[in-house]
Design a protein around this ligand. Structure first.
Ligand code: HEC
Ligand code: HEC
Ligand code: HEC
Length: 208
């Protein structure tokens, strides 16, 4: 990690502030591996008899797929492997919608490309949690930056708050530039092919 920060510092003198903020963000990663018992979590009255009625976090969370960061649970795996099965909606009229497209962001930066996976997000969230007030519905249309993210905006609204923390750089910056470019070229070729097929099958307006 230190090496990465030094590398960033050499390449981007203007990113000093970002690097300092990242170093701060990294500090909590050294937190103890164990979950705080409820009586020590600083949120509840340790003298309250009601504490005994609540399940301890260690009892609930230690059976789920482990993580090394955040609250020590790999939540996407917990859901995908069927360890948990949260209710998708409270009201019957809510329309549950999932979306499978990965969006590749940050193609020209110094870090590996960011792969934003819609699938894992829409398993927990509704489109309206992000669109269009946080992110536009078009790749590259929103000006996203690591600076904003570290300030708790954009991805940082949730990551570091309710989802895995910003110290896990490679979970977002996960794709090599070469693979990302190849994937986008493939997508563009498929889209062009689909457009051509649609063009052929459409009746020509004004054709005799
Ligand atoms: C929750 C996801 C997420 C995490 C975790 C994350 N980043 Fe980012 N990062 C992004 C996004 C999104 C962008 C902006 C993409 C764009 O330009 O559209 C970005 C941009 C950047 C940039 C500027 C562009 C570039 O590549 O030079 C740097 C530097 C950067 N991140 C470093 C880091 C470092 C170091 C860490 C770990 C300490 C980290 N990021 C963790 C999502 C993340
Ligand atoms: C956790 C936040 C989040 C949620 C929830 C979310 N999206 Fe997105 N979506 C994004 C981001 C980030 C982008 C990229 C925006 C950018 O680059 O400006 C994006 C882009 C898109 C795009 C454009 C893709 C492209 O390749 O140009 C579409 C279409 C889209 N979203 C549809 C949806 C739909 C439909 C849902 C719900 C089923 C949804 N999104 C839920 C964050 C989200
Ligand atoms: C509205 C809340 C929200 C926003 C905004 C958001 N995320 Fe997430 N993200 C989640 C939740 C919840 C999960 C699942 C829990 C977890 O993995 O900690 C998740 C999971 C992920 C995962 C999958 C981790 C895995 O284990 O497979 C990636 C990668 C990711 N987010 C990247 C991003 C990036 C990049 C952005 C910004 C472009 C972003 N997220 C914005 C809530 C959000």
């Amino acid at each position: 990690m230190m090496q990465l920060l030094i590398l960033l510092r050499q390449n981007f003198p203007l990113l000093h502030l970002l690097v300092a903020a990242l170093a701060l963000a990294i500090a909590p990663a050294a937190a103890p591996q164990n979950w705080q018992p409820l009586e020590n979590d600083g949120l509840r009255d340790p003298a309250s008899p009601a504490l005994k009625l609540l399940q301890q976090p260690a009892a609930a969370l230690s059976t789920l797929p482990p993580d090394t960061a955040g609250n020590r649970v790999r939540w996407v795996k917990a859901l995908d492997d069927g360890h948990i099965n949260p209710r998708t909606n409270l009201r019957a009229e809510t329309k549950v919608q999932t979306y499978d497209k990965d969006v590749l962001l940050d193609l020209n930066g110094s870090m590996p490309v960011v792969r934003f996976p819609h699938r894992v997000h829409t398993l927990w969230l509704d489109c309206s949690n992000c669109h269009d007030h946080i992110f536009k519905k078009q790749r590259g249309a929103t000006k996203i930056s690591m600076f904003n993210i570290l300030q708790g905006e954009q991805c940082g609204l949730c990551h570091g708050a309710v989802a895995f923390p910003l110290t896990e750089c490679s979970r977002c910056h996960s794709t090599s530039r070469k693979d990302a470019k190849a994937e986008l070229a493939r997508e563009a070729a498929e889209a062009a092919e689909a457009a051509q097929a649609a063009d052929v099958s459409l009746p020509k307006a004004g054709a005799k």
